[in-house]
Ligand binder design. Structure first.
Ligand SMILES: [Zn+2]
Length: 451
């Protein structure tokens, strides 16, 4: 073992994650606000943290926001697999409110603290650690593996994932499956489930912002017309909240419920395994809470409002933004049409707020695929207490850029999460339990060994 390898070997996985957290790789839509040096420094630190990976795998660095490792398999004819993560983070807006500074990487009471410990430097560390350990044992995979790390997932992935995908496409890569961040191992989140549920995202909702505009003549507020632009807009908004888009059981949700039937109390099990009869009941029950409601329909959230700039001046124009998450099987254009039909009667116009930047809902990956089976088998080794379920993931990830490289895309952040842990993601006091992180690395070890 050379000196560098010996030094890295003495670092624990927690210490390696702590180092990664200390690079302030905060991504921004305004590139000048990013600390380019932090991104470069993080990538430059990887060889010393994971020396076996550095010496044994092919590395392709594309700019300072994309890093790809390729681990050639013994049989290059067998389709390989792609594991993804990202090394950028969102800002920590009020650092003084954190129990430990957000970029300290403090290790205390069995946890690593800071931005990226849940989303999602932790996965980068776990993937690389799994490979590092296996390389140290002389292991080499049967098929080719790619580890793809983007540095701008939080701002769209155009400099990271998109570049890596283009590179792999240029090489003619066609993978059996791809695994990125996504659902977690939900602990006590669904009251009727008897054990923790590993929620593997097999589909992802679409995303678009819709701008609503209402115009009127304006003028002095002392002699107002009966209907003002903000008034008309308000009626249109009330209509949007009163009439949700129709509820529907997607293929993904049916697969989720079928798997859940085996994990639930008898009453729910009966409900979930007889959907031909019970789907109206299930849809009604799921409509009741925001988290489950988001699984059965395109959601419309009113987020921004604007009217007159002055107290005594009538607004010539009033506007609002509706953030729309589109259910697989529906297009953004259809979702926009649905809103138009609701607001037109009030004389309100609905248009795409950022034309061309809509993200369509993903396709729904198979649950009877090789990839899903491999993920399930690896979970049974690393997390035997958890059940593995296909799920609809409602946030956006880098996976959209990789769609051309594989037919089966999965999204799992292999860490147990309670409702309390979820608050740290993009929030305050983000942290990860060391034991959980080690089990996550075990998951990747088992997965790599099966490939
Ligand atoms: Zn993320």
């Amino acid at each position: 073992m050379n000196q560098r390898a010996a030094k890295a070997h003495s670092l624990s996985l927690a210490e390696k994650l702590s180092r990664l957290v200390q690079f302030q790789t905060v991504s921004s839509y305004i590139p000048e606000r990013e600390d380019d040096a932090a991104f470069s420094a993080l990538l430059a630190s990887l060889p010393s943290l994971f020396p076996n990976v550095d010496t044994s795998l092919e590395t392709h660095k594309i700019g300072s926001r994309a890093m790809l490792y390729t681990w050639p398999g013994k049989d290059p004819r067998v389709p390989g697999a792609i594991f993804c993560a990202h090394f950028d983070v969102v800002p920590a807006l009020n650092p003084e409110t954190w129990e430990q500074p957000p970029f300290s990487g403090t290790i205390s009471e069995g946890q690593v603290w800071g931005r990226g410990t849940q989303d999602i430097k932790v996965l980068m560390a776990c993937i690389l650690e799994a490979a590092e350990v296996l390389l140290g044992q002389g292991f080499s995979p049967h098929r080719t593996l790619h580890f793809a790390f983007g540095g701008d997932e939080e701002t769209g992935g155009h400099r990271g994932a998109r570049q890596i995908a283009a590179y792999l496409q240029g090489k003619g890569v066609k993978a059996s499956f791809l695994l990125d961040e996504g659902g977690s191992i939900a602990v006590k989140m669904l009251s009727f489930a008897r054990r923790p549920l590993a929620l593997v995202g097999v589909a992802e909702k679409g995303y678009m912002d819709v701008k609503l505009e209402s115009v009127s003549l304006g003028g002095h507020a002392s002699m107002p017309p009966r209907n003002t632009a903000p008034g008309n807009l308000a009626r249109a908004l009330a209509e949007i909240e009163a009439r949700q888009s129709p509820a529907r059981l997607t293929r993904t949700l049916k697969a989720f419920l079928a798997a859940l039937a085996g994990e639930s109390s008898p009453h729910y099990s009966l409900l979930f395994s007889n959907l031909w009869l019970s789907s109206p009941l299930v849809l009604a029950a799921f409509s009741k809470s925001p988290a489950t409601n988001a699984l059965i329909r395109t959601t419309r959230a009113i987020t921004m409002l604007q009217g007159s700039p002055k107290e005594n001046v009538l607004a010539e124009q009033a506007s609002a933004t509706v953030n729309v998450r589109v259910l697989p099987g529906e297009t953004c254009a259809q979702a926009l049409d649905g809103i138009r039909r609701l607001v037109e009667r009030q004389g309100v116009q609905a248009t795409a707020k950022h034309p061309g930047q809509e993200v369509e809902a993903s396709s729904e990956s198979r649950v009877d695929s090789e990839g899903f089976a491999k993920i399930k088998e690896a979970l049974a080794i690393s997390h035997p207490e958890a059940a593995c379920l296909p799920f609809l993931f409602s946030a956006a990830t880098d996976t959209k850029h990789y769609a051309g490289l594989t037919n089966d895309t999965y999204r799992l952040t292999c860490l147990p999460q309670t409702t309390e842990d979820l608050k740290g993601i993009h929030g305050i006091n983000e942290r990860v339990r060391i034991i959980d992180m080690e089990k996550c690395a075990d998951f990747y070890k088992a997965l790599i060994q099966s490939l």
